[in-house]
Design a protein around this ligand. Sequence first.
Ligand code: ATP
Ligand code: MG
Length: 369
Amino acid sequence: MESNKKIILTGDRPTGRLHLGHYVGSLKRRVELQNSGEYDDINILIADDQALTDNADNPGKIRDNIINVVLDYLSVGLDPDKVTICIQSALPALHSLTFYYMNLVTTARVSRNPTVKSEIQMRGFADEGLPVGFFCYPISQAADITAFDATVVPVGEDQLPMIEQTREIVEKFNKTYGDTLVLPRAVIPENETQRRLPGVDGKAKMSKSLGNCIYLSDTPGTVKKQVNGKMFTDPQHLRIEDPGHIEGNVVFTYLDALCTDDDFAQFLPDYSCLDEMKEHYMRGGLGDGTCKKFLISVLEKTLVPIRESRAKWEENIGDVYDILNDGIIRARKKTDAVLSRVRKSMRIDYFEDRNIIGEWENLLKDRKQ
Ligand code: ATP
Ligand code: MG
């Protein structure tokens, strides 16, 4: 269905506090989009049901982290007057849509989804057995996106196959039942390192499940420990005067994702920009200690205001619940309306469709003749 509105749906799994990967890959962009005034409607979904698909034995973890995630949202500057923050489990329309969409996707197609494939490996489901719920989560994600009539989905790179799968479901639905659903498109960060920030250990992705994160709410002491103690650099760069490598060096990857020329003026005036610093490192003569110290300053510049704002919200948890409750009421209206439209297109809106009575009467008449 063509939409003349600009609507965003995006979200996170409440499996832990949000980290720097979320910030550069998605949160920062959300705040910019929110403040651009260009969007008619912005929705942020905390995917608690999706999180249960690989945490069924630990619902307490999901319960605890819902508020952690809302606190992270509020502290990075998402404004509940401008965006709707809601939870998946409180929106029954999403469950119904998932159930209908399941019939439009083959198991072979989900099995080919590269993100699902790698997550199955990462979670050990290849050996232990794969929960059906986890296998179906790309379909529930399609339900989330379409239930808000989203046109734009800002995400990190790992989510591109999910949006692709959603687009296929939309096309299949519209072809089967008539033009009903809006076709969404993904928006990923332009900066390559922001699309998939690696973990401090150098692993491909900073991820709660891999335990290689710098969390937005980490204390300055923890941030320092993660950078100085754990951050992967160049194992061949043993002495300061040795030439160093940038490729795969996490300190430089993080600087690529985060630092600006202003940061050099403020914290490391020996260089005017990152390229100059990189050249020196590659030539030899620039030590990892100096690079890490600069990175910590850059990180803290981002993290200090986030931490301060979080501390204020933490003193008003009642308000945080009210914000969430308010968001849920608004989101329920929007998603129920889309579900009604879907049921109408599928002609399973039995009690709204009075034609059904006439159809039966005709059928019975025919039978009598
Ligand atoms: P989990 O391990 O529970 O899957 P996660 O750390 O992968 O957690 P999600 O809640 O799955 O986080 O992801 C939420 C959003 O953040 C998605 O849009 C995803 O693309 C983005 N994102 C997650 N990790 C990164 C990262 N390291 N770099 C860039 N974007 C990321
Ligand atoms: Mg994930």
